[in-house]
Design a protein around this ligand. Structure first.
Ligand SMILES: [Zn+2]
Length: 264
């Protein structure tokens, strides 16, 4: 993973008060559960030292829960869940825009947390906290609108109706698109996690920047097909069924890759 140092100063901005509960409960658990299936035995052992007998899925939503903490200790972490990047012409420009952002965001934090866990001087308690964040944030990275545009705050400002109910594009993708499938997280993980080893390797390939670019390209398609005031229902679910499944599966397999690299 590349350093975040960059020469480009402006290009992109983030909006720190953006509320987001990416993927909702089920989506994050599906991703964590798929990752659990793909850990190497060494990684599994080392993770157990930090998490005990609880699974990755158990901790997958903790970074969203702490947004309700009233003591203020976690306040700064709410900006870690997303990064807004305006559409760019190509991968290089996207990467430059991503790396130009200096304030903590989804991209910088995934790199920082991985480094923190690998650092011998980090206490086990701090490693555990970093791990809980990492499980969650690699999930957020695969919710396309967490790598959305600045101007609409990752779809938060795009109002739509979904089966007659008022919502916004970001929130729709966070929860309803997953929850409406009516699977438990283990059912959903089992249904999706059926790729051959060679495909798994492929999906786990590429760099962290590639994965962000991948999400943004999907976000751009979502924007195109979902202008503001869209009235959405069954046809929308049908159109994006495979996208939702892909992102949950890719999120899980790539989370396993990140964790195997750190703990394996
Ligand atoms: Zn989140």
């Amino acid at each position: 993973m590349k350093s975040i140092l960059s020469k480009f100063a402006l290009a992109v901005l983030i909006f720190s008060s953006l509320q987001c509960f990416a993927w909702g409960l089920t989506g994050h658990r599906v991703i964590a559960e798929i990752a659990q299936h793909h850990l190497t035995s060494k990684a599994e052992r080392n993770i157990k030292k930090l998490l005990g007998n609880k699974t990755l899925a158990y901790y997958a939503n903790w970074p969203d829960f702490i947004k309700s903490d009233t003591t203020g200790v976690w306040k700064e972490t709410s900006a870690w869940h997303y990064v807004n990047v305006n559409p760019q012409k190509n991968f290089q420009q996207f990467k430059d825009s991503l790396e130009a952002q200096k304030s903590p965001n989804l991209y910088t934090q995934i790199e920082n947390l991985a480094k923190k866990i690998k650092d011998k001087n980090t206490s086990d308690a701090d490693k555990k906290t970093a791990l809980m964040f990492l499980i969650h944030l690699v999930g957020d990275l695969h919710q396309p609108l967490h790598v959305g545009r600045y101007e609409d705050l990752g779809g938060n400002k795009i109002n739509v109706t979904y089966f007659g109910q008022a919502t916004n594009l970001h929130s729709l993708w966070d929860t309803k698109m997953v929850e409406d499938r009516k699977y438990s997280y283990t059912e959903f993980a089992d249904l999706l996690d059926i790729k051959a080893d060679a495909d798994v390797k492929n999906i786990q390939g590429g760099t962290l920047q590639d994965w962000f670019y991948d999400s943004q390209k999907i976000a751009n398609s979502i924007y195109f097909h979902t202008p503001k005031d869209s009235k959405l229902g069954y046809d929308y679910n049908y159109r994006y069924e495979s996208t939702v499944e892909r992102q949950l599966l890719y999120g899980g397999l790539r989370l396993a890759k990140v964790l195997n690299d750190i703990f394996g």
